[in-house]
Design a protein around this ligand. Structure first.
Ligand code: CTP
Length: 400
């Protein structure tokens, strides 16, 4: 199943607020995900950003009025409303929130919002006192009760000089909410624990042993699980990826730190997915000071780290346990052996080492092996898509 934004019809409503400039970036991100985006701007929004910017980025005319001369699509609010998969209003001003809470339709955006039946995400953004005003809060409660989704503003220093809630969340955070509302909520009520990235084993205060894992696969799984409604905990080694919104992120460095974070969190997990590339060895002794280049040759001694996955496999009770196997040869034999030895329900085998597969790549070529003996090889594809197919299989095989 495809849960991406590709070919989805998204309507972006833009109101008159300082944060309207952020909707330009949101539009760019939606288009990057290959969504069809149409923009409706209120009259006041035109004071902040010109429609041409939205028009150029969306590739379609921006709707600014119900009554545009020479436009055959006179009832376009009805056409667009019927075809929309999701609507996002960002920034949503006090005015539009008040109007839709009261069921008013006096311009293109408010009329359109009355006509849609798909999910609507409102992103309020305004001065803190306006946001905290009783009428405003009453309107937001009313709209939530009516089934609209409200993405709470962030706190911070606002353009008007006050400090407090009212700032429009970053475009990536809004995008994340749009993706969740388009995803099936088949993991609602489930706790999913994911590990990602490498671990670092220090050798002296300025050096460590590690591997090139980027964490992209584990992060993709955590994001997908969260989008599908799971309460998601992500235990991540050192990576340079953006924190996934609404995921409980626990950062660790060494394999031993990762092990204790996993053991602390495994009891309440329904599903554990171990995508991390854990260092198999750690330095026997960590030098107290930087090792100087006095000798032509040095010998370091390493000792084995605990196999976290194997220990989870030994301790597990109700949990569905999924491992990864990074191999450079004999994928099936090695992966199946690890599945049996570590008491897993499923293992994702991937051949590492080619540019379009494995560590730093955005794509990967994997095969799934299940404990019932079945297997499935996937074509090379984006890690985000693999993450969703992996969750599809977990739901079908183990959670139904
Ligand atoms: N793993 C782990 N703890 C370790 C080593 C690996 O939890 N100390 C987990 C990984 O997160 C992964 C799985 O075990 O889910 C397989 O990791 P991989 O590196 O492919 O294999 P290893 O078990 O380390 O065996 P080898 O290095 O000999 O291939």
């Amino acid at each position: 199943m495809d849960y991406s934004l590709k070919d989805k019809n998204i309507i972006l409503g833009v109101c008159g607020g300082i944060a309207a400039y952020k909707s330009v970036e949101l539009l760019r991100l939606l288009k990057k995900g290959q969504a069809n985006v149409r923009v409706i701007m209120t009259r006041n929004a035109l004071h902040f950003v010109g429609p041409l910017t939205f028009e150029a980025l969306s590739g379609t005319a921006v709707c600014t009025s119900l009554f545009t001369a020479n436009d055959p699509a006179a009832i376009r609010h009805i056409d667009w409303a019927a075809a929309a998969d999701a609507v996002v209003v960002a920034p949503a001003t006090a005015n539009i929130i008040g109007k839709i809470a009261g069921g008013l339709a006096d311009d293109a955006l408010s009329t359109f919002l009355l006509a849609v039946t798909c999910p609507v995400i409102l992103c309020p953004s305004m001065n803190t006192h306006m946001y905290e005003n009783k009428a405003m809060q009453r309107n937001l409660q009313r709209l939530k009760a009516d089934g609209l989704l409200v993405l709470a503003p962030e706190s911070g220093q606002l353009a008007c000089g006050t400090t407090g809630p009212g700032r429009l969340p970053e475009p990536e955070v809004i995008l994340d909410r749009v993706v969740s509302c388009l995803s099936p909520q088949d993991l609602k009520g489930k706790n999913i624990l994911v590990t990602a990235g490498p671990t670092r084993e220090p050798v002296d205060p300025v050096r460590f042993m590690s591997n090139p894992s980027s964490g992209k696969m584990g992060y993709a799984v955590a994001r997908a699980a969260q989008h599908r409604g799971a309460r998601t905990t992500l235990i991540a080694g050192p990576v340079s990826l953006a924190d996934p919104p609404h995921v409980n992120l626990i950062r660790v460095n060494t394999a031993r730190e990762m092990a204790s974070a996993v053991f602390d969190n495994m009891d309440r997990a329904h599903v554990i997915i171990k995508a991390a590339a854990v260092s198999d060895y750690r330095a026997k002794e960590i030098a107290a000071h930087k090792i100087k280049k006095e000798n032509d040759e040095i010998v370091l001694s390493f000792q084995k780290n605990q196999d976290i996955l194997k220990e989870v496999g030994r301790r597990k009770k109700h949990q569905i346990l999924v491992g990864f196997a990074a191999e450079t040869q004999a994928l099936e034999a090695n992966a199946v052996k690890k599945m049996t030895e570590k008491n897993l329900d499923m293992i994702v085998g991937n051949l590492v080492g080619s540019p379009d597969s494995g560590f730093h790549s955005d794509t990967n070529t994997v095969a799934f092996f299940f404990k019932d003996g079945s297997r499935e090889a996937l074509d090379p594809m984006e890690k985000d898509t693999i993450a969703h197919i992996l969750l599809d299989r977990i739901v079908e095989k183990f959670l139904k």
